[in-house]
Write a protein that binds this ligand. Structure first.
Ligand code: SF4
Length: 267
């Protein structure tokens, strides 16, 4: 993984995400290397020719710009690249973002897959308008290693959720994308949601697997090698998406209710 610094021209960007005014992304590139990563579109806006997942650039002047921008509104930290991926331990840009925005009284939601977020519990306790949304897609470590090879195992994320709740931080789990075959059956969803409920988290948002068409052929051949039995479920998703999605929505809402969690589906 090549790590380097870059300078950005602004810190906050306007966002169309419901309930938020701005987003902030301290890193360009992500070492979690999720197979389904939707952030690869960022390459179109840069001159970088290296493959997505092989580099991370730290926006070193972002805290300085953030102090000057002082706009008001609700901010999401990490809409594109994970703000608590491993390089954050070195650069501490996300920590600085929380210090600055929290100090200005902004409401900030952190989106991450990483338990490194626990390092900043002290800031979250000081600024109660900061909340966390932690992503989880499977409890199976082999499946996690295939789909999210650079991200922390599920067990660490569950532990992080538990510690956040214990520290009084508003915490949501984002169960998404629901992986066809691996985590979309009633039994698998129930198992995952029960594990989440045991952490003390009460709110779960669920999203479907959104595939990028141009990535499908390569993805299918990797799946064929490692999990041939899963292939048929992905074929159903891609060839009969409406049927797949409406059945998944119904199942997800039923399991949420059965396990006694709040939240809902976002698809
Ligand atoms: S954590 Fe998010 S940005 Fe990083 S690789 Fe995974 S999907 Fe992409």
């Amino acid at each position: 993984m090549r790590v380097r610094i870059r300078r950005c021209r602004s810190a906050l960007s306007k966002t169309g995400i419901p309930g938020a005014d701005f987003c902030v992304n301290p890193y360009l590139g992500c070492s979690h290397r999720c197979v389904y990563c939707y952030a690869t579109f960022m390459l179109r806006y840069t001159r970088i020719e290296e493959p997505w997942g092989s580099f991370v650039e730290a926006k070193i002047n972002l805290p300085e710009l953030l102090r000057q921008e002082r706009r008001q509104g609700r901010v999401i930290l990490g809409t594109v690249c994970d703000p608590y991926q491993p390089v954050e331990a070195r650069f501490q840009l996300s920590r600085q973002v929380l210090e600055i925005l929290g100090g200005f009284g902004f409401s900030v939601e952190i989106l991450t897959k990483s338990d490194l977020v626990l390092r900043d519990i002290d800031l979250m306790q000081r600024h109660p308008s900061i909340s966390v949304e932690l992503t989880l897609t499977t409890l199976d470590e082999r499946v996690r290693a295939f789909f999210e090879p650079g991200a922390p195992p599920a067990v660490r994320r569950l532990k992080a959720a538990e510690e956040l709740v214990r520290a009084g931080i508003p915490t949501t789990v984002f169960f998404g994308p629901v992986l066809p075959y691996f985590s979309d059956s009633e039994a698998k969803m129930t198992e995952l949601l029960q594990a989440i409920a045991r952490t003390g988290v009460r709110r779960v948002l669920i999203d479907r697997f959104n595939y990028l068409r141009h990535k499908l052929p390569g993805f299918r051949s990797r799946l064929q090698k490692e999990f041939p039995l899963a292939l048929q479920s992905f074929v159903l998703l891609t060839e009969r998406p409406d049927e797949y999605t409406s059945a998944l929505r119904e199942r997800a809402l039923r399991v949420l209710k059965k396990v006694g969690l709040e939240g809902g589906v976002v698809f």
